[in-house]
Design a protein around this ligand. Structure first.
Ligand code: ATP
Ligand code: MG
Length: 265
């Protein structure tokens, strides 16, 4: 049995392969010692580990684990997933929206890092908590779905007030920039959380678009657990990427790219 592990800042992703069957599992990074206990109960397994917490996990297990660089493992996993899904891309940007966001340029034979931003899944969780005191992940992504950003985010059309706008009036001019014009209104948690998804989704997309322009590709593959169950974030990223003239791709189980790729690195 082959076990590939991506021990990230927030979640530990585990891919198991046995007789052409693949299984996917996730654990909280805070439960890393339980993952080590589980691995130490197994024999006859080939373990591969990548990610920021790989060193720690490796030090806790009895197996001789294979280690790989996170960016290369992620690229390898994406290439496998793209092939399995019959998506044929000569060049693309991949944006790994994890705790933080790491952005890479990829061709058919290599990847190179193109940039990143601190806006990502960690910001979604932290800022959401500061604004609403909600820390449960499922509750926050569900609540955000019913939110309305209109009183919180300032759009270009709000500034131009009916005048012709030089760019689409629907674009966000200032995330959270509309709040002080609605000081006497209530801001339900749903609206606050939708605005959090807005700033993270738009920031991630903007940085990804700049990378795509720099490397002259039109394809952007978005991965990372930040999109899991988070339909609003996904929609914001898809709409904004298309609006800017590029092609967004999401792959099923894409958040397991690093774990899968670590087996084949
Ligand atoms: P990094 O790659 O930056 O070290 P990571 O690999 O742990 O971090 P991911 O697993 O790709 O990052 O994504 C983490 C994000 O996924 C969280 O910040 C959160 O927004 C989201 N998420 C999805 N499911 C859960 C969950 N069950 N519990 C907590 N966060 C979740
Ligand atoms: Mg990660």
């Amino acid at each position: 049995m082959k076990i590939g592990i991506d021990a990230g800042g927030t979640l530990i992703k585990v891919v198991t392969e046995l007789n052409n069957e693949r299984t996917y599992q996730k654990w909280l990074a805070t439960d890393i010692d339980q993952v080590a206990d589980w691995l130490n109960q197994l024999d006859d397994v080939e373990v591969s580990i990548t990610g920021g917490k790989a060193q720690y996990l490796d030090s806790c297990i009895k197996h001789q684990a294979k280690r790989s660089i996170e960016f290369d493992a992620t690229y390898k996993g994406i290439q496998i997933f793209l092939k399995e899904n019959n998506i044929d891309l000569e060049t693309y940007i991949f944006s790994n929206v994890g705790t933080g966001t790491s952005i890479h340029y990829a061709t058919t034979d290599h990847q190179e890092r193109a940039g990143g931003t601190g806006a990502g899944g960690g910001m979604i969780q932290g800022l959401s908590y500061l604004l609403t005191q909600i820390s449960d992940y499922d509750e926050l992504v569900q609540t955000a779905l019913n939110g309305d950003r209109d009183k919180i985010d300032l759009k270009v059309k709000h500034i131009y007030k009916g005048d012709n706008t030089p760019i689409s009036g629907e674009l966000t001019a200032a995330n959270f920039g509309h709040v002080l014009q609605h000081m006497n209104d209530a801001f339900p948690n749903a609206d606050r959380l939708a605005a959090v998804m807005g700033i993270v989704g738009e920031t991630v997309t903007t940085v990804s678009i700049h990378a795509a322009r720099q490397y002259n590709t039109e394809n952007v593959v978005f991965i990372g657990s930040s999109f899991v169950k988070n339909e609003l974030l996904k929609n914001i990223v898809v709409d904004y990427t298309i609006l800017r003239g590029l092609k967004p791709y999401f792959i099923e189980n894409g958040e397991f790219s690093g774990a899968l790729g670590s087996i084949y690195c």
